[in-house]
Design a binder for this molecule. Sequence first.
Ligand code: C2E
Ligand code: CA
Ligand code: CA
Ligand code: CA
Length: 283
Amino acid sequence: AKSKGNNNYQIYTSSLDAETYKSFTLETDLRKALKLNQLELYYQPKICTNTNQIIGAEALIRWNHPEWGMVNPNEFIPFAEETGLIVEIGKWIKETVCTQNKAWQDNGLPAIPISINLSAHRFMEKEILADISNILQKTQLDPKYLEIEILESSLLDNETMILAILDEFKKMGIRVSLDDFGTGYSSLSYLQKFKGRIDTLKIDRTFINGLSRKDSDSTNFITKMIIDLAQHLHMDVVAEGVETNEQLEVLKELNCNAIQGYIFSKPVPAEEFAALLQNSKIK
Ligand code: C2E
Ligand code: CA
Ligand code: CA
Ligand code: CA
């Protein structure tokens, strides 16, 4: 960050409003963050509801800002998208995840797929395929252990192009999940076009939030519909944001066999995740 005694700083703060100023420092700071190793990936396990074992993980970015502390991705990812900084950050994420996962496997930890989040914007860019392919080659990670999470809403863009990209992912052997499923307004018939091209539906947290033993609204029903839909389309399903035992029990009754949420673990730093994974193997 700019030093407080700097004259430029005085000028900017007096002539710009707070929002503009914040985005100004955000951009300069975010540019530095990569070089200064302030970005960090946390990992959140995905759990099998039958065995309680870790069957996968999602990589979630954190920014350890020297003045603001841990900055939530929602506060800087949209900004990184706007400014194009996401390209460099995205490369760093992919490389870090693949390198980390390969190292864990080489150290004898169970081999699991680890997912990264791709915004609709990035997903549509041509270089993404070459980028991923280069990183897989460089890190020697088996492609089946890399998973891409794309928002359900990403599918509503240029259909021909999306199908082509998904086919390329399939050819490369990497997995694809639909994130925040149930919130993107894709029709059921539309989803059918993606059969065989999408491996997993991730049920959005808003539905899981509403699950209860005595369902007074239609949340349990909608969740069941999504689970059945996934089964019909030969897709796996993961319930996101599971926090309570009650939610877990209802999900088990609805035949949902994979969950992610605070009930098992929050997203944790790499070292902590490795310990969870090691432990999961012994069970
Ligand atoms: P998401 O992809 O839907 O990620 C799940 C979010 O839910 C994470 O928030 C996670 O910490 C949180 N979560 C997990 N389990 C629970 C739970 O039981 N209860 C509650 N209340 N929350 C839970 P996080 O890490 O703050 O990430 C927020 C969003 O930022 C992500 O939503 C994703 O869209 C985006 N994001 C995170 N990392 C990246 C990244 O590397 N690249 C991109 N493009 N987006 C990212
Ligand atoms: Ca996600
Ligand atoms: Ca999600
Ligand atoms: Ca409900």
